[in-house]
Design a protein around this ligand. Structure first.
Ligand SMILES: Nc1ncnc2c1ncn2[C@@H]1O[C@H](COP(=O)(O)OP(=O)(O)OP(=O)(O)O)[C@@H](O)[C@H]1O
Length: 311
């Protein structure tokens, strides 16, 4: 059963269709990834889903409740971890969590219990009496999560929660997403990091320029590009002439060069490897490592849009 249903949702900014007739069905109990480059329209979609932004068309239903007709009822079912931190710097971690708990109508013993639970869950119990101004970026992000889960929402929405934070907090957040899901919450997780979405999500929708361009399990999405292969080569002395000749190779569909790394996309490396090594040797490129990779969500994005997620 769908816990969140978006039907033909539209958002316009002046003449731009920022969200262009988006249809999504998020099943109860899943971790659903919304993957797309910066500016794809992910945050705008999330804001409409949470009732923070009015849509210009279509309908959004959460747990059977229309977000536009019964916004307060719908909001009770949602815990939003926004992209921008929403914390009070002059209140302690405990006071922040208490404040958000009260907003959701929690009081007395239950409120105290939930504050403790949320801070423990996010690994901040020993910093309960400290203010966020003394926290690292990752700890602030974790406190943001603690505040969002105080009312044990059915649907937790996290908008790019790992942008600009240290690897330890990043892992902590990814683990906590999985743990929240195991405890029964459905999660929508937006990101432009393919690896994160692949690591934690049951299903993924790929968004670009306001459209959902693909949706399915990682396996289903990979199968759509099963005919593509990626060769990743680490090499010294990568010259413009070398890149140019690789691009001209009739079987190579795309070349991405970044410092000492070259990524080549082609239908199959079989029978072509010799040629490619020859081109490197001809231009004095010194190969240090070579790896043939299975197609991934990046390959799919590239094949659908002609751009990489990082472009
Ligand atoms: N209030 C606004 N007025 C005009 N344009 C806007 C407004 N909010 C967003 N946009 C535009 O809508 C597009 C989508 O933005 P959105 O923030 O939804 O993308 P995103 O996929 O979440 O990317 P990011 O990861 O950078 O936040 C962008 O081009 C953005 O500039």
């Amino acid at each position: 059963m769908a816990l969140a249903q978006l039907t033909d949702v539209v958002k316009r900014y002046e003449s731009n269709l920022t969200v262009d007739h988006v249809n999504l069905s998020i099943k109860e109990g899943e971790i659903f990834g919304l993957l797309g480059p910066n500016g794809a329209g992910k945050s705008t979609t999330i804001s409409m889903l949470c009732g923070l932004l009015k849509s210009d068309g279509g309908s959004i239903v959460i747990d059977g409740i229309s977000v536009s007709k019964q916004p307060l009822e719908a909001k009770k079912r949602i815990g939003l971890v926004p992209q921008d931190l929403a914390l009070y710097e002059n209140m302690t971690a405990q006071e922040n969590a208490t404040f958000f708990g009260k907003l959701y109508g929690l009081r007395g013993g239950l409120l105290k219990e939930r504050v403790q639970e949320a801070l423990e869950f996010t690994g901040l119990a020993d910093r309960a009496k400290d203010k966020p101004s003394t926290f690292s970026g990752g700890m602030k992000r974790r406190l943001n999560i603690a505040c969002a889960i105080m009312h044990r929402p059915k649907l937790i929405i996290m908008d790019e929660p790992t942008v600009g934070i240290d690897p330890q907090s990043r892992n902590h957040i990814l683990e906590s997403v999985k743990a929240l899901n195991k405890l029964g919450s459905t999660v929508i997780y937006t990101s432009h990091y393919m690896e994160e979405v692949e690591a934690i999500c049951d299903r993924v929708a790929i968004m670009d320029k306001g459209h959902i361009i693909a949706c399915g399990t990682e396996q289903e999405l990979r199968e759509r590009v099963a005919h593509e292969e990626k060769i990743v080569i680490q090499a010294g002395n990568i010259t413009p002439g070398l890149i140019q000749e690789l691009k001209q190779h009739p079987r190579v569909t795309r070349v991405e060069a970044d410092g000492e790394k070259v990524e080549l996309y082609l239908p199959s490396s079989q029978g072509e490897l010799q040629d490619i090594l020859f081109i490197f040797a001809k231009h004095g490129g010194v190969i240090q490592a070579l790896q043939i990779e299975e197609p991934d969500l990046e390959t799919l994005f590239l094949s659908l849009t002609g751009r990489t997620l990082r472009d």
